[in-house]
Design a protein around this ligand. Sequence first.
Ligand code: BGC
Length: 558
Amino acid sequence: MPGGGVVAVTGTTDVNRVEAPVTVRAYLIVAFAAFGGIFFGYDTGWMGGVLAMPYFIKQYTGMDYPEDTGLTGQELKDYTSSFVVSPAQTSLTTSILSAGTFFGAIAAGDLADFIGRRLTIILGCLIFTVGGILETASTGLGVMVAGRLIAGFGVGFISSIVILYMSEIAPRKVRGAVVAGYQFCITIGILLANCVVYSTQNRRDTGSYRIPIAVQFLWAIILAVGLGLLPDSPRFFVKKGKLDKAASALARVRGQPVDSEYIQDELAEIIANHEYEMSIVPETSYLGSWKACFEGKISAPSSNARRTTLGIFLQMMQQLTGINFIFYFGPIFFKQLGTISDPFLISLVTTLVNVLSTPVSFFAVERIGRRNMLIGGAALMVIFQYIVAIIGVTAGAPGKENSNATKAMIAFICLNISSFAITWGPCAWIVIGEVFPLTIRSRGVGLSTASNWFWNCIIGVITPYLVADQPHSAKLGSKVFFMWGSLCVISFLFAFFFVPETKGLTLEQVDKMLEESTPRTSGKWKPHSTFAADMHLAEKHIEVPVSTKEVQEPRSEV
Ligand code: BGC
């Protein structure tokens, strides 16, 4: 290797040395990836508002603005209520995004093992841009739907692989907090979308919907260019057997010289863990690698089948907490309460509560732990949602027009959002980034993310039929919160019986913990040996070629 050398990697038997210390610069690299959450949030956030814009409705339906019809009185009222994009079109344009993201997340889980995590995310940005161009250019339903589908496919890439990338490069002590940063970006994305839509909604030109859509190009450019400068995940290179690249990527994400002992120890541990995993479920053909996701006994906490099911169900239960009912259908629901003059403003408030609560999770996930947060969060959501429902069917029942009851309901809805934002919002993403072994990690994260979008889509499609004031609706009104509250009881039980505690462990230690404990005893599990020792890598050397410019003095931890 011209201008290069060879580093002999030897593993460690010391459980405290399985991860290199990290510099500030390295923390910044990890934190940058969280920016991908903006896409997720913004893209789910703008459509509802755009569908309610007068210019957009006029363009899509061919109807005149109500004020231009010359109608008055009841006729004007009737015309105004029919001046909407039809429910079928609303449902199609909203849910087609989730259809795209569903397939995008699965395809990306596949691709990330071939071309790498970083390139998959950059490709996601490109696909998203193509979809965005179609959406912006559209003047009719066909092109808009095609644009949403393609953009959704790109968002699917980004939403799953950012989690994978961040979990694989983040230092264990802050991994939860960093992935919670991704959730924070999702909430900011939703808020930004609401603000942009709010400011352009009354324009009487194509800018009304084109501006909110076009703003998204900015996110694509920032993420793609930023990631272009960052290294790929060292764990991806280990999986590909490219140990030289793994060493240099690890050195960059830890901010250490490539020949430092810290880097050698951590690299050896990742290699040993991968060898171990391969010895249990060997990688065979392409189809075999998908099959591997469902291998093993579902009753064993460490089997692939159990981990994949855990990821898929965790994301399903996150959606079934009902959070998106509030974000997607908040304005309709608040309007039905009868005493609110500006339902959009209340929606903006709920979005803001979501953003402001999320940072609490940065500290809580590392102190209280993922499992406890999920259990506690579900319990709080049960209580708050039942209270909303009880007030709704008693003091706030239709016809009573009780503004105090309405205020109390909104307060408890906000408490419910806070509980979600601190617990299930971030923790569902954190856990899916941590529970899979390297052999199936990208596919496992892809499948789990696809489950999130699948249920997201289902909720988008069914909710209008639960509460909206339309012929085939169940017209549940506030009673819908009994339903969400009861689903949170299931989330509580799910977290209690199935979610392990992963805080403070390296991804390789998570593997061992799953083998040696049950979800309920996992919190007490402590690392006691290294994979390098178990796989006899602590006694032999692996020669890894490196470039000499990467070989310098070790830097201290921050
Ligand atoms: C969920 C989204 C939700 C958002 C709200 C995310 O974790 O997956 O569906 O809209 O949180 O902040």
